[in-house]
Structure formats: structure tokens, C-alpha cells
Design a protein around this ligand. Structure first.
Ligand code: PEP
Ligand code: MN
Length: 241
């Protein structure tokens, strides 16, 4: 992937929270590749409860490789452990999720692959701590960094997390990195996700990460917040990108 092309336009990274099957991903890609060719799907899932679906793991990454080859699209997926690094060869953008924003050993090893990294802000971390984590990536000679504001914990319980839009402005003013917003995990409910996406776009983020699923009600993770395909298309139409 030519990372520096990402800097030219507003970009969308979309796809399901969890990769569930080849058919699920194939449908999403054929419906959405006209909007953006960057797809994200989780194969390794960091779930709060060990009883919840943990992802298709290595098999999931194999499915993503097949999807990538057949459709000429880019793939983003989250890594949880250094032990799995070898399986991420075909992944174009490696996600370090909120829970691992300060997992420095993981960050250093992922940085060495010299692929673009989507670094999500921890929900209990300051922007200074997020910036400090980018220094670990830069020290490995990798400057292909996309920062992502995905909501933080506050005393407000009106949404899953509280989207900190001011952090986006701060990061744009104080770093050279792309600054994306994930309205899905911040909003936690599809109605709120759409409102936050419109606000984040108007605010001036460089791109967004949005969860889309062919049948959100049946999704194996984050079923309340994923947008239906038509609902997502309508949102993108409303944004007038
Ligand atoms: C995700 O992107 O699917 C995810 C788990 O998000 P976060 O790391 O922001 O919680
Ligand atoms: Mn999710």
C-alpha cells in the first residue's frame, strides 16, 4: 500500500467488527469497494469476557488474504500478540487497538514490519501518552502512523464512550500524523454512530473507521453499533465526501 497516498484525501476504513466467514466479507467488499478500498475486519478480538467470540484468528487472516487477492483491496486487522506477527504478512495496515496502546513490546515489533500502523487511543489515556507511544514506532524507523480517536471513559453514560473531538484538533496541530476517528466504538449504538460520524467529518478528521455488517443483529461482536450496509451507504451519501 502506498501510505503517502492516504494523505491526499479523506479516507474511510470500513468492515465488520469481527471477521465471521468468507461469505460475510465477500458481500461487504463487493457492496462497499466503490466507496473505499480499505477494509478492516478483526481476526484476533480483544474481548472483555473470555466466554465471548475471540475471532477466527489465523484462519481469519487467511480468509482476508484470499479476499485481498480476489478483489484488489487493502486489508487492516488488529494484532494482539507478538506470537502472531508472522501471520500478518498480507495485512496492509496493522491495528494496535485501544487496549494495547501502551503495550510497548508489541508496538516495537509491529513497527519493525514497516507497514502502516493504525494506533488507537486507549480509552483511559491522554493525548500525550498517545504521542509518546508513536515515539516507539518512530524509533524503529517507521513513520507510517495513523492515530485514531475512538472515545474515552468519562462520567457520561449517554454513549459507550465519549468521543473526544478536541483531541483530534490537538493531534492535528501537534503531530504530523493522520488523525482518524472511530465513531463506532465511541457511539456504541448505530443511531449515535451516524451522528458522531457526521460531527467528526464536519470537525475535520483525516479519515474514519466505521463498522459495517450485512446483518448487525446476528453479529458475533459489537452487534448494536455496526451499521447495516444500506444504512452505511446512506450515511456516506449524506456526508457528501
Ligand atoms: C476494534 O477496533 O474492533 C476495537 C476492539 O476497538 P478498540 O481497540 O478501539 O476498543
Ligand atoms: Mn468492534
Amino acid at each position: 500500500m502506498d501510505f503517502y497516498n492516504l494523505k491526499k484525501d479523506f479516507n474511510l476504513i470500513h468492515g465488520p467488527c469481527s471477521l465471521e466467514s468468507f461469505e460475510q466479507m465477500d458481500e461487504i467488499v463487493s457492496e462497499l469497494k466503490g466507496i473505499s478500498k480499505i477494509f478492516r475486519a478483526g481476526a484476533y478480538k480483544p474481548r472483555t469476557s473470555p466466554e465471548s467470540f475471540q475471532g477466527l484468528k489465523k484462519e481469519g487472516l487467511n480468509i482476508l488474504s484470499d479476499i485481498k487477492k480476489e478483489n484488489d483491496v487493502f486489508i487492516c486487522s488488529e494484532i494482539l500478540s507478538i506470537n502472531d506477527l508472522e501471520y500478518f504478512k498480507d495485512v496492509d495496515i496493522i491495528q494496535i487497538g485501544a487496549r494495547n496502546m501502551q503495550n510497548f513490546e508489541l508496538i516495537k515489533e509491529v513497527a519493525k514490519l514497516n507497514k502502516p500502523i493504525l494506533l488507537k487511543r486507549g480509552f483511559g489515556n491522554t493525548v500525550e501518552e498517545l504521542i509518546a507511544s508513536t515515539e516507539y514506532i518512530l524509533k524503529e524507523g517507521n513513520d507510517k502512523i495513523i492515530l485514531c480517536e475512538r472515545g474515552i471513559r468519562t462520567f457520561s453514560n449517554t454513549s459507550r464512550f465519549t468521543l473526544d473531538l478536541s483531541a483530534v484538533g490537538y493531534l492535528k496541530d501537534n503531530t504530523d500524523f493522520l488523525v482518524y476517528v472511530d465513531p463506532s466504538h465511541a457511539g456504541g449504538h448505530h443511531k449515535e454512530v451516524k451522528r458522531l460520524a457526521k460531527a467528526a467529518f464536519a470537525y475535520g478528521c483525516d479519515g474514519m473507521l466505521i463498522e459495517v455488517h450485512p446483518n448487525p443483529k446476528e453479529a458475533m461482536s459489537d452487534n448494536l453499533q455496526q451499521l447495516e450496509i444500506d444504512e452505511y451507504k446512506e450515511l456516506i451519501n449524506d456526508l457528501k465526501l
